[in-house]
Design a protein around this ligand. Structure first.
Ligand SMILES: *Cc1c(COP(=O)(O)O)cnc(C)c1O
Length: 542
């Protein structure tokens, strides 16, 4: 549904889209012949402003596709609500480190001849009502397949669906032969959501009225529940290979969907995209070939400590400049910076760190100053997420001198890179087991920034206490114990006070060794090059 291509193209909202973009970039590096499909979403997810009280103000993005994309021949039609909708393809070509090219096709219905509602369908990412959303999924799955055929991609070997959003593709394949196995031979499905409520489902009445005879009645019992078409079940039912995005998430997915064989391929990030300029230069000097082979980053363990620190301080100065330009927080480069940037929503607990302001102030007084940089959008309908942003803004006013806080507006790919590279500690506080993988901590590791996080998603695999970072709370087990906010808060404050700040301020050498481990141990593994190689071997060529 989304792809993070470049910051200027607004067709992404968050982690799912960035992962898709990173996957495509690594496919281009590895010469994996692939073509990617998404919706144009020229209105974007939204532009975020935060007012004095911390209220989030949302506006549509103004994006002119002609600046970055090429309109190509290959218009097709899809029937939605018994109306023919015209769909046209825009193209963006991703070039790998080897020069190999992977095209991305962005579907657009804003065409003369389509009705107003139909024209609006490829405008808003994750906006609109159920009908709008289901129409988008028809465009992505059914329209995406037809566009590929129209463009001459007739020999496609595997279709890889990321989430249920594109799962209607399977119906288009099924209707050709009415043979389940014919579809299963070709499809691979990756689930990214660890809670059943997070999986798209649509009332069968709505589905039938919008899809018409595209929905084969004989498969409905396999892919529906309580009179709803479940898009994840549709993807699972028709796929030969299914995976979750981290080991822990795959275990959870097996419990959510018993009866399916669910593999695990842990996410990664694209190494060249997510290393800051100072670290790119550092790697160029010490690890020749790292641009083509991310696994070589293991050799970071031999980079002198001073050079790691210098590269980090260069990235930190850029961030501090950016923060001071965009807020009145007056931060300085000597003081410790904690970064927290991701979707602002309840389960990620963005305000856990500021939940006891007195405690935080006393830690800063005893151990040294603390600066916190926040960023992230709340979904327009996420009331709790918006409340959290207000909470952060009010804490910023009351804490002021001892603990400086800045909230940077309009989190996007560009800001994400500044943040993951320029902070000293990357904080992540999801409530177990709700973070499927998480990838921003991997980006931080690539820039030698250690993570403090609950043991959920990829951190279960990436965490080595006092070696690559720190955990918050105990290792939890599905269903038997979910996170306890009080216990996690206590552990987080305890580690900041007794381990992390004392080491940062008083044992810089030990601190830099941990920074270096982040690259050598974690960045050399949690990259999309390794991930794509696993998809090729285990999913595509299986
Ligand atoms: C990496 C990234 C994300 C995902 O971060 P998580 O920690 O996985 O939530 C979201 N948005 C942007 C802009 C990113 O770059």
């Amino acid at each position: 549904m989304e792809i993070g291509i470049i910051p200027e193209i607004p067709s992404y909202a968050g982690g799912l889209g960035i992962l898709a973009g990173d996957t495509i970039r690594s496919c281009a590096d590895l010469k994996v012949p692939m073509v990617a499909i998404t919706l144009l979403s020229d209105g974007g997810y939204f532009n975020q402003k935060i007012d004095e009280e911390g209220n989030q103000i949302e506006t549509l993005v103004e994006f002119s596709p002609t600046s970055f994309l090429r309109l190509i021949d290959g218009e097709i039609k899809v029937s939605i609500r018994n109306k023919e909708v015209k769909v046209r393809p825009w193209c963006y070509v991703v070039k790998g480190a080897t020069g190999f090219e992977v095209p991305i096709i962005l579907l657009d219905t804003n065409i003369d001849g389509n009705g107003d509602w139909e024209r609006s369908l490829t405008r808003c990412l994750y906006g609109g009502d159920e009908r709008y959303r289901f129409a988008q999924e028809i465009l992505l799955g059914v329209g995406g397949y037809r566009i590929l055929r129209g463009l001459g991609f007739t020999g496609i070997f595997r279709f890889h669906m990321n989430e249920g959003h594109a799962a209607l593709l399977t119906l288009e394949l099924f209707n050709k032969t009415r043979n389940n196995e014919f579809v299963r031979q070709q499809c691979v499905f990756t689930t990214h959501t660890p809670v059943s409520a997070g999986h798209d489902q649509f009332d069968l009445g709505l589905v039938r009225s919008m899809l018409g005879n595209l929905l084969p009645e004989e498969i409905v019992p396999h892919v529906s529940f309580e009179n709803k078409l479940n898009m994840t079940k549709l993807g699972l039912f028709f796929s030969r290979f299914i995976n979750g995005v981290a080991k822990s998430h795959s275990e959870i997915s097996r419990e959510l969907f018993p009866g399916y064989s669910i593999d695990s391929i842990t996410n990664g990030v694209h190494h060249r995209t997510w290393s800051s300029e100072p670290f790119k230069r550092l790697f160029d000097r010490h690890i020749p070939g790292w641009r083509l082979d991310a696994s070589l980053l293991r050799a970071a363990v031999g980079i002198p400590e001073e050079e790691i620190w210098e590269a980090h301080m260069a990235a930190k100065r850029s961030l501090i400049d950016l923060v001071n330009m965009n807020s009145n927080s007056d931060m300085c480069e000597e003081a410790f910076v904690i970064g927290f940037a991701r979707r602002q929503t309840g389960y990620k607990r963005p305000d856990l760190l500021i939940s006891d302001p007195e405690r935080l102030m006393s830690i800063a007084k005893g151990q040294g100053p603390i600066q916190i940089v926040y960023a992230g959008k709340a979904h327009p309908r996420d009331i709790q997420g918006k409340e959290i942003i207000r909470h952060i803004i009010s804490a910023k006013k009351s804490l002021r001198d001892d603990v400086k806080i800045a909230f940077l507006e309009n989190y996007d790919m560009e800001l994400a890179l500044s943040l993951v590279a320029g902070t000293d500690l990357w904080l992540n506080t999801p409530r177990f087991p709700l973070e499927a993988s998480g990838t921003s901590g991997m980006k931080a590791a690539l820039n030698a920034v250690p993570q403090l996080s609950t043991l959920d998603g990829w951190w279960v695999e990436g965490h080595l206490e006092d070696i690559t970072g720190w955990s918050i709370g105990p290792k939890r087990i599905v269903h038997t114990n979910s996170s306890d906010d009080g216990e996690d808060m206590e552990d987080m404050y305890h580690k900041l006070e007794h381990k992390i700040l004392p080491m940062f301020y008083a044992d810089r050498q030990k601190w830099i060794q941990i920074m270096r481990n982040c690259i050598a141990i974690n960045a050399s593994f949690f990259h999309t090059q390794r991930m794509v190689e696993q998809y090729v071997v285990h999913a595509y060529f299986l």
